[in-house]
Design a binder for this molecule. Structure first.
Ligand SMILES: [Zn+2]
Length: 278
């Protein structure tokens, strides 16, 4: 019998059976792939390791942390623009009212709180369009409560008012001097000519509230949903603007202990002859 001297026979005789290498055409069995993933070695079929996933999550968290404040600021600015638009519409409503009322400001003969919370909205009613949007522009988009008027009545007891008397949600106020004399001591029908400087005399502020507190700058609490740096105001000439507190004249006299200067203007020095904007 002839000796087979071919290279493969010699190899097997010397080193034993040949080792067959796995190739791409023969993927490893499933249990091997799971073992590779557990060991952190990425296979040709793809997939992420735990470290890679954690890095991606960390990057997403960093991007979200950078974007969220920008989005929140953009939302605040959009609310401010919408609120100024509301104040403009209230200014048009007021202009139509005074034009039909011998240039007199809204006045019912009732004092505070009936006049600003109930009677004002009734006097405006003929000038507010009917339909589903009736009165919608009286609610500021930054008002997180049920509306300043409802929240004020609910939280303070309403000084005799009930929420049933409130016609609709209203975030805007009507300053005291426009239905009282300049000293604030008695009710008085006021005329547009009584305002010395309409450009700088505010008539209606936005008092958008937080969910759990009505607007109260006297207490220096962050209850103003537009932020704590400025107020959004309608002026007697019909223009609306956001004014920083440093641009505004505070109420006369030193603030009470533990409070900050008052900027609600019900007690502005000089009444309609005084200025709110410096
Ligand atoms: Zn507002």
């Amino acid at each position: 019998m002839a000796l087979d001297s071919s290279p493969s026979r010699l190899y097997q005789a010397t080193f034993g059976p040949p080792i067959v290498m796995a190739t791409a055409q023969h993927p490893p069995p499933p249990h091997d792939r799971r073992a590779r993933l557990r060991s952190g070695v990425r296979g040709r079929a793809g997939g992420f390791t735990l470290i890679e996933l954690l890095v991606v999550i960390a990057i997403i968290a960093i991007l979200a942390g950078m974007l969220l404040p920008v989005l929140a600021r953009a939302k605040k600015e959009a609310q401010r623009a919408n609120c100024l638009s509301n104040l403009h519409q209230i200014g048009f409503t007021l202009a139509m009212y005074t034009a039909d009322s011998q240039d007199c400001y809204p006045y019912s003969g009732n004092g505070w709180p009936e006049m600003p919370f109930v009677d004002l909205l009734k006097l405006y009613s003929p000038y507010i369009p009917n339909g589903t949007n009736r009165g919608a522009f009286f609610r500021c988009p930054a008002d997180q409560g049920p509306g300043f008027n409802f929240q004020w009545v609910q939280q303070t007891g309403g000084a005799g008012l009930t929420t049933n008397q409130l016609p609709f949600a209203n975030s805007y106020y009507y300053y005291f001097n426009f239905y009282n004399d300049d000293t604030g001591s008695r009710l008085q029908l006021r005329k547009t000519r009584d305002v010395t400087d309409p450009v700088r005399k505010a008539i209606a502020p936005c008092f958008a509230s937080s969910p759990h507190g009505f607007y109260n700058i006297q207490l220096d609490t962050p209850t103003d949903s537009h932020g704590r740096d400025f107020m959004l105001l309608l002026f007697a000439d019909g223009h609306a603007q956001s004014a920083k507190y440093i641009q505004l004249n505070p109420a006369p006299g030193p603030p009470a202990p533990g409070t900050v200067p008052t900027y609600n203007f019900d007690w502005t020095t000089g009444g309609l002859k005084g200025n709110d904007l410096r």
